[in-house]
Design a protein around this ligand. Structure first.
Ligand code: AMP
Ligand code: MG
Length: 412
């Protein structure tokens, strides 16, 4: 069995504070080059260009109600109904004095008319009508360009495309747009003890879960997950897997093999293949989390405990995905919540615990999800938020305000 006699452990790296860790990510991860794609495929992506309208919307003066188009200057006098302006049809002949035309909501208001009176506010006798009130000019008409001016910049570069933005792209006929693509994120796990689901467990082995957790997280947060398999703790196998993964994706996430064990080779391999920016973070869980770049590709090596791996995804991989996807310097949107109960813990590291949130008396209260051991993935199940506890203090009192990262929303 191959081994390398000297290898790097977390002790070879200075402690990095979490804020510094984010600064390293901001400094070394850059947005992916823009690509052009049909606007229908862009939800969740970030615009790499600003979008300007080339025609006004609406393109004609449009009625906002079902009613009669008429001349406001004629007050509430009787008019002759001379026709019907149906929706989706070109304007009828210009309206003459003493005339009214039936118009539908969204239909063209014919030339010569300057107001529309609602059908329910009109009196009708045969082919005559009169309004029940004296209309003012422009009443119930959306003028040309009311919603979007003909040359208006409707969407700015850097905007993340949600449902409204897709609708705006359709409205301004922006068929193809330049966006930052979804980052392709390769996931590798390592551990001699790991057995995938569906295969019998033999003595000393455990079920592997992290690769599936991480692949799911990448997909759910808008990346393209690339499964690069599970590998034994053997340097040559891991080296080859890393080299392949770096070549096949925009970013690589590994789990396992970054700790103090004599078969934890990831740090050593990353130092050999690229450059390590941090190799030990003063947080709990996940102290040995490592960030490197290999030929410009970001590589995050997360510890193997299932909670450490998923917390590491939220702390480091998600920001990096957002930056690759076109938002440089992306930061977590933290929401203040209050602790529903005191938390007793060992001080010294900023700690991220899993919590349920409930609203009471105008305040969001956080209650932790029971045992917070880094092996207990069930602490994530049913959790609404990751809450950030300060490094200081062995008892954090009930009522303390702490930042929460909401897990049930897709953060923009
Ligand atoms: P490591 O970071 O490799 O020292 O692993 C820490 C702990 O996490 C050990 O108990 C491993 O068995 C466990 N572990 C490592 N990788 C995985 C994985 N992919 N799925 C589930 N548990 C894992
Ligand atoms: Mg291991």
């Amino acid at each position: 069995m191959e081994s390398i006699s000297e290898h790097l452990t977390p002790l070879d790296f200075p402690y990095t504070e979490i804020e510094e860790a984010w600064e390293h990510i901001w400094a070394h991860v850059k947005p992916l080059p823009a690509v052009e794609m049909p606007f229908q495929r862009t939800p969740g992506l970030v615009l790499a260009e600003s979008i300007r309208a080339r025609e006004p919307f609406p393109p004609f003066p449009a009625s906002t109600v079902d009613g009669y188009a008429l001349r406001s200057a004629e007050g509430d006098a009787w008019r002759t109904i001379v026709g019907e302006q149906r929706i989706g049809t070109p304007a009828q002949r210009p309206l003459q004095p003493g005339e009214a035309v039936w118009v539908a909501t969204g239909a063209v208001v014919p030339e010569g008319a300057d107001a529309v009176v609602e059908v329910e506010a009109s009196l009708r006798e045969g082919s005559r009508m009169r309004p029940r009130y004296v209309p003012t000019p422009g009443h119930n008409i959306r003028p040309v360009g009311f919603d979007i001016r003909g040359d208006e910049e409707v969407l700015l570069r850097g905007t993340r495309i949600g449902p409204a933005e897709v609708g705006v792209l359709a409205t301004v006929n922006a068929l193809r747009v330049r966006v930052h693509p979804r980052p392709r994120v390769a996931v590798i796990s390592t551990g001699d003890e790991l057995v995938p689901p569906g295969t019998p467990l033999s003595p000393g082995k455990i079920r592997e879960s992290n690769r599936y957790t991480l692949l799911a997280a990448v997909e759910l947060y808008g990346g393209e997950a690339v499964d690069r398999g599970s590998h034994p703790d053997e340097p040559s196998r891991l080296r080859a897997a890393l080299i392949d993964a770096v070549a096949s994706a925009d970013m690589v996430v590994t789990c396992g093999g970054v700790s103090m064990g004599n078969r934890d080779y990831l740090k050593t391999l990353l130092a050999e293949l690229g450059h390590i920016h941090f190799g030990r973070v003063r947080v709990k869980p996940g102290k040995p989390a490592t960030f490197a770049t290999v030929q410009g590709t970001p590589v995050f090596s997360l510890p193997g405990n299932p909670v450490s791996a998923l917390v590491g995804f939220y702390l480091y991989v998600l920001p990096a995905m957002r930056i690759l996807g076109g938002t440089p310097g992306w930061e977590h949107p933290w929401t203040p919540v209050r602790l529903a109960h005191p938390i007793r813990r060992e001080p010294g590291r900023v700690e991220f615990q899993r919590a349920r949130l409930r609203r009471e008396g105008g305040t969001w209260w956080a209650e932790t999800t029971g045992e917070q051991a880094s092996s207990r993935l069930l602490s994530f199940v049913g959790a609404d938020a990751l809450i950030r506890l300060p490094a200081e203090g062995d008892i954090i009192p009930q009522g303390t305000e702490v930042p929460a990262f909401l897990l049930r929303l897709i953060p923009f």
